[in-house]
Write a protein that binds this ligand. Structure first.
Ligand SMILES: NC(=O)c1ccc[n+]([C@@H]2O[C@H](COP(=O)([O-])OP(=O)(O)OC[C@H]3O[C@@H](n4cnc5c(N)ncnc54)[C@H](OP(=O)(O)O)[C@@H]3O)[C@@H](O)[C@H]2O)c1
Length: 163
């Protein structure tokens, strides 16, 4: 099973502000849906609470340290390894869908990163970590024009001779 991060960030690496994503880009949201639909999405408790509901047509796993946390329609896991172990056996790609805490923890395990960059700065309190340039290479780059233009990258982990 491939482990992928999927994220949209501003030029100053902001991904969130006061529990929300500080922009709305319809085409970008559509792309997130197209990429993740039919797969498993894994998110931190704060990201789940900002969505307020499971993402439809996907297996949703929420990570929390709270023992009796209720997330109707979601699997609740106590940590990232448990979340990964709870993906359906036939899953081919699990998506880490934020937020910052989870991205930091999952990046060392990731095979792929789907990264949208909005080329302007936003005020925010939550940031995406640097993608280590020695560990990942850009496999795809696309510029998308629109009311809010953005760049879309796919990073793949560099595999050595022995994988
Ligand atoms: N731009 C984007 O693409 C994007 C995507 C997703 C989210 N966001 C934004 O990011 C912000 C939220 O990010 P965040 O970093 O503050 O929170 P988060 O990662 O969504 O959630 C953090 C919470 O998840 C649980 N958690 C995280 N790591 C864990 C671990 N290893 N073991 C057990 N539980 C763990 C803990 O829950 P408990 O406290 O319940 O134990 C922790 O408080 C929001 O503003 C959201 O809108 C942006």
């Amino acid at each position: 099973m491939r482990i992928s991060l999927i994220v949209a960030m501003a030029a100053n690496r902001v991904i969130g502000h006061k529990g929300r994503i500080p922009w709305q880009i319809p085409g970008e949201q559509r792309m997130f849906k197209e990429i993740t639909i039919g797969h498993t999405v894994i998110m931190g408790r704060k990201t789940y609470e900002s969505l307020g509901r499971p993402l439809p047509e996907r297996v949703n796993i929420v990570i929390t340290r709270q023992k009796d946390f209720q997330a109707p329609g979601c699997i609740v896991a106590r940590d990232l390894p448990t979340a990964l172990a709870n993906c359906p056996p036939q899953e081919t790609e699990a998506f880490i869908a934020g937020g910052s805490q989870l991205y930091h923890e999952a990046l060392p395990l990731a095979d792929r990163v789907y990264l949208t960059v909005i080329p302007r700065e936003f005020p925010g309190d939550t940031f995406f970590p640097e993608i280590p340039p020695r560990e990942f290479q850009v496999a795809k780059k696309e510029h998308v024009d629109g009311i809010v233009p953005y760049d879309f990258y796919v990073y793949e982990r560099i595999r050595g001779e022995f994988g």
